[in-house]
Design a protein around this ligand. Sequence first.
Ligand code: HEC
Ligand code: HEC
Ligand code: HEC
Ligand code: HEC
Ligand code: HEC
Ligand code: HEC
Ligand code: HEC
Ligand code: HEC
Length: 482
Amino acid sequence: MKCLRFLLSFVCAAVLVFAQVGYVSAADANSKKLDVDQLAQKECLGCHVSVTPGIVKQHLDSPHANPKTEEEVRCHDCHGEKHKTMDDYAKAEMPTAATCGECHKEKFKEHRDGKHNLGWMVMKSQIAWHGQPGAITEQGYRGCSGCHKIGEKGLLGVTDGNMGALKSDGGKEASEYRYGNAQCDACHTRHTFKVSEAKDPRACSNCHMGFDHPQWEMYTSAKHGIIWGIEGHEEDARAPTCQSCHMMDGSHSVKTPWGFLALRIPTKENVLALIDVAPSLEEQLTKLASALPSGHYMDLDDDPQWTFDRALILQAAGVLDANLQPTERFVELVVQAQVARGPEEFNEIRTEMKANCNKCHSKGFVDSHMKASDEIIKAADHEFAKAIQAVQGLYRDDILKKPEGWKYAPDLLQYYDAKTMIEQELYLIMLEYRQRTFQGAFHASNDYMHWYGWAPLKTAVNTILEEEKRLRAEHEKGKEKQ
Ligand code: HEC
Ligand code: HEC
Ligand code: HEC
Ligand code: HEC
Ligand code: HEC
Ligand code: HEC
Ligand code: HEC
Ligand code: HEC
């Protein structure tokens, strides 16, 4: 049947609506919940059982329509009551996390305290984000924005006074988006909003997968995930899940010690210890140290070589400037978006996580796993730093020219918009190989740690060093010709 003409299409639509109502009532013939008479008593349900029958069914299956203790939650509790007819549906309100928070105060507060809430803001802080088409980054939710909508829109850094503080724009940015402001539905999808779904590791996998954060693939290729797959996921299961390691006791404030990029803040002590090894940098290092927190990292603290390697990485990311001093990106990324942690917070979360492992493993076993994984970050950073130095040298010697409009060069945060082959390799080390190396180590996926992480990381470093030689030779030849 073709519905190309206007008249015909009208008939088709009517048939479709009929078919859908038929489908719902047939499938649920025995369910008194879907007794159409009962539904008709309720305005929204009565009409929506034919307009969006799937949503009505899901809602009626949800804890909201079947509360154990409190009063039933209705469509209008989340969508308001302004829309009432077939034509005025643009008046229906779309909920935000704050709407859920009106009734779920505790979970809302936890979520706000965790890193998920910062997801939108941190995405927008990336220079590469600004270079991509809007459909990838904004309204369409078909790329960065599709995963990062788990974060709150409209968070602004406070520029005077308390640098770490954030304030909300009062819903301005969110109001520019019709859909995708609910945040909580990232794990409890509408309209069933089930806890059982949110507790399943597959609920995390649409976002925590792939190129730069393949936690799903690592988990399911390591013993924990394999046992979860074989034995299922009862409350007293033998294997931990993403949630039991990262949302301990149901806490919604997710945060890890190292974070996504495994870049922690060097301590005062770490930086001052570097002066002994690099006395020529005393002035810059003393100044930098004065801006940093004091303390020691547990399990594996930084040695001078590691502090130096990480300083180069921070420099290549434009977080420290050429004189090793914090830039505006340090404030945006580290202080406001909490991309990196200092020793106090790092040690606190690490201690909690280890206590959680101790439910099933001995202290010695867990300590050695954590130390070995920290060591792997250190080894990866050393390789990465070698590659960064090579590229920095090319800029210093004017063999590579800073692209127009770039504030820093090299700039790791330009991602795939890097202009040269050698910087494309550097980008792959940062976002793909180094990530997989350390994330694979922590998640006990040896294949990811080694074959998808460390091995291509070494290949890329070697390629960069070769390419550096080639570029230098080419440059010399060019000079001879002149
Ligand atoms: C007389 C029929 C009717 C009634 C009553 C009705 N709706 Fe709707 N509603 C519609 C139609 C038609 C649409 C548009 C459906 C579409 O675009 O496929 C809609 C769309 C919606 C949307 C989506 C809007 C969007 O922009 O995507 C929401 C949310 C909604 N309704 C909620 C409600 C709530 C809550 C009530 C009760 C307060 C309600 N509806 C009552 C017919 C109705
Ligand atoms: C008007 C108050 C209200 C609003 C708004 C609301 N909820 Fe609920 N929610 C409830 C009630 C009441 C229950 C049922 C609690 C019970 O079983 O006693 C519930 C249950 C839940 C549960 C299951 C809890 C459990 O222990 O099984 C989840 C998950 C949930 N809501 C998520 C959400 C999300 C996400 C939103 C926003 C999109 C939201 N809620 C909006 C009141 C609300
Ligand atoms: C607990 C809160 C809550 C309740 C109750 C609720 N909704 Fe929704 N609804 C949502 C959320 C969250 C979204 C997604 C909004 C977004 O994308 O920003 C949504 C989106 C929608 C949409 C548009 C998106 C789509 O998938 O088409 C429609 C239509 C809709 N709801 C209808 C209803 C109807 C009808 C009811 C009652 C049967 C209802 N809702 C009850 C939270 C709720
Ligand atoms: C990252 C995934 C994720 C997000 C995002 C999320 N939740 Fe949850 N939620 C869970 C998990 C997992 C549980 C089960 C926790 C447990 O009991 O172990 C849960 C449990 C709940 C419960 C039932 C437990 C209780 O103590 O009442 C409610 C209610 C709830 N969430 C509401 C929300 C609200 C509101 C938001 C948004 C502010 C939200 N959730 C965002 C994963 C999530
Ligand atoms: C056995 C516990 C455990 C399980 C199960 C687990 N993780 Fe992790 N996860 C860790 C540890 C340990 C770290 C590193 C902690 C640190 O920084 O010290 C980590 C780190 C992370 C990070 C930060 C970046 C990184 O990868 O190092 C994210 C995000 C993450 N895990 C998500 C997940 C997701 C999603 C799942 C499920 C697919 C999962 N994890 C399963 C223990 C676990
Ligand atoms: C809709 C996409 C999405 C889903 C679903 C999702 N996350 Fe996330 N998650 C993100 C984003 C984006 C970030 C980065 C936010 C930031 O750091 O500002 C993040 C960050 C995290 C972090 C913090 C890593 C760090 O930097 O310390 C952990 C842990 C985490 N998620 C665990 C989970 C778990 C467990 C689940 C499933 C229960 C889950 N997430 C579901 C998108 C998602
Ligand atoms: C498939 C979903 C997905 C897409 C697409 C995606 N991200 Fe992410 N992003 C995540 C998740 C999940 C995390 C947290 C991972 C972790 O901690 O290991 C994250 C982390 C980040 C972080 C680090 C946050 C922190 O605090 O450490 C930044 C910055 C970021 N993403 C920016 C972007 C930008 C910009 C784009 C598009 C160019 C993008 N992301 C595309 C899911 C996604
Ligand atoms: C709910 C119990 C449970 C928790 C919690 C748990 N594990 Fe495990 N873990 C297991 C089981 C079961 C095995 C498989 C034992 C075997 O290999 O015989 C395992 C295996 C491992 C392995 C060996 C993997 C391999 O390939 O040989 C490592 C490493 C590990 N766990 C680390 C951790 C760390 C680190 C944590 C905390 C972040 C943790 N586990 C939390 C149950 C748990």
